[in-house]
Design a protein around this ligand. Structure first.
Ligand code: SF4
Length: 409
């Protein structure tokens, strides 16, 4: 895979050594067991895959290079580059200004931009109408576009589904930048509707089956369907695409549910199902699949707790948390600063959108076993910082340098 120039401050000697050793042992990525870092009284199990993905490294590389190569120019980012507060903070620090927040609310009016300005499109991509607006001002949209190729793949898939006269059902978070961008690209080609989860899928199926009055759809799915959507006409032939970072098991269950709904509605069998349901695979990206499979592999190891590191608004990170919390006490933190002491941790509950304080999160026995992973937008340096903080609570431990050296040999 292509390599990128990412600021060294995001790298970690420990994590780089671990990833290099695992890659050399398992080039085909078949082994999803975690890596044990045995510090003595503390055993850390690191997931086989975690941290910066292709799209994030690509976006960071382009963004920092753009800043370096354009002194004196005004540089704007459409919205958060990726969902990591440290990376976004560093970009702001280097002089980049954000035009919108991550819900699409305008922070700086587009009217203030000129053709001389640079506008970076984030890894999630953007909507066709924003692209058009920027082009209208004279901004070179293509030149500073960091849209991930795996997001563009979803757009291409929806175009292919549309060409075969299917309506596009997008499984994603309606307010997420990526889903808003995919929705905009999809609606340019076909009627489209977003479902955020299985609950909404079940409700959509009721409209397909005629179990709910069609008129209710427009309120229930407000803001989630394309202009002119006709429930009676546009739910006869459907195809599903996904936001790239959804939970794989949800994605599969939703596609299966809709397929079964079409079979039931139209009395289909395996040979005729294609007449009403597009036969496609999910559009999750490789990083989502690898990171979720690695968490499943890691959870086979008995442990006392799990720590997941990432931005609180990061979709892919929240799904890793979801998998871990089914099995273990799990703490979702954005940096080592959230580990306040050996007794107290500050962590995020993404179900209720609040930060909580938990006491006695570390058991008093030794050794303590902790599973650790991080999201696709989390710098490895943050993972190392978390490990260092935990190690500091055990004075008899080996040091991070000891472990790095042992792995590098
Ligand atoms: S998580 Fe996947 S789609 Fe998103 S930036 Fe990374 S590789 Fe691209």
């Amino acid at each position: 895979m292509k390599s990128f120039d990412v600021p060294v401050v995001y790298r970690s000697p420990l994590i780089s050594a671990v990833k290099k050793a695992r890659k050399e042992e398992d080039r085909m990525k078949k082994d999803f067991s975690p890596t044990l870092l045995h510090f003595g009284p503390l055993k850390i199990y690191l997931a086989r895959h975690f941290g910066f993905c292709y799209g994030v490294e690509n976006a960071i590389d382009i963004a920092f290079r753009t800043v370096e190569e354009n002194p004196g120019k005004r540089i704007f980012l459409l919205s958060e580059m990726i969902h990591n507060p440290q990376v976004n903070g560093d970009l702001k620090q280097s002089g980049v200004t954000f035009l919108q927040d991550n819900k699409g609310r305008q922070l700086i009016p587009f009217e203030e931009l000129t053709a001389e300005d640079i506008v970076l499109i984030p890894a999630f991509g953007t909507t066709l109408s924003i692209e058009q607006k920027l082009r209208g001002i004279g901004i070179q949209v293509e030149k500073y576009n960091t849209t991930c190729p795996f997001v563009e793949k979803v757009w291409n898939r929806s175009e292919a589904i549309a060409k075969n006269n299917y309506t596009i059902v997008i499984h994603g978070k309606p307010s997420h930048e990526e889903t808003r961008a995919t929705f905009s690209h999809a609606t340019a080609n076909a009627p489209s509707v977003v479902v955020k989860d299985m609950q909404q899928t079940i409700e959509l199926a009721k409209y397909i089956l005629g179990e709910k009055p069609a008129a209710d759809f427009y309120t229930e799915f407000g803001g989630q369907y394309s202009e002119g959507f006709n429930v009676e006409k546009d739910l006869q032939r459907i195809g599903v695409v996904n936001q790239t970072t959804m939970l794989a098991s949800d994605t599969q269950a939703i596609a299966d549910y809709l397929r079964e709904t079409m079979i039931k509605k139209f009395g289909l069998d395996d040979s005729t199902v294609k007449d009403h349901f597009a036969d496609t695979r999910d559009t999750l990206c490789y990083a989502t699949n690898d990171n979720q499979t690695a968490v499943t592999g890691m959870l086979n190891t008995p442990a006392d707790l799990a720590i997941v590191i990432g931005g609180y608004n990061s979709s892919n990170t929240s799904h890793l948390v979801e998998l871990c919390e089914e099995i273990l006490p799990t703490y979702f933190i954005s940096s080592e600063e959230k580990i306040l002491s050996p007794q107290t941790i500050l962590h995020y509950n993404f179900h209720t959108n609040e930060e909580l304080v938990t006491n006695d999160y570390l058991p008093s026995k030794e050794p303590v076993s902790i599973l650790i992973t991080s999201g696709a937008s989390c710098p490895d340096a943050l993972v190392e910082a978390v490990i260092r903080k935990l190690v500091s609570f055990y004075p008899q431990s080996k040091t991070v340098e000891d472990i790095t050296e042992a792995i590098s040999k």
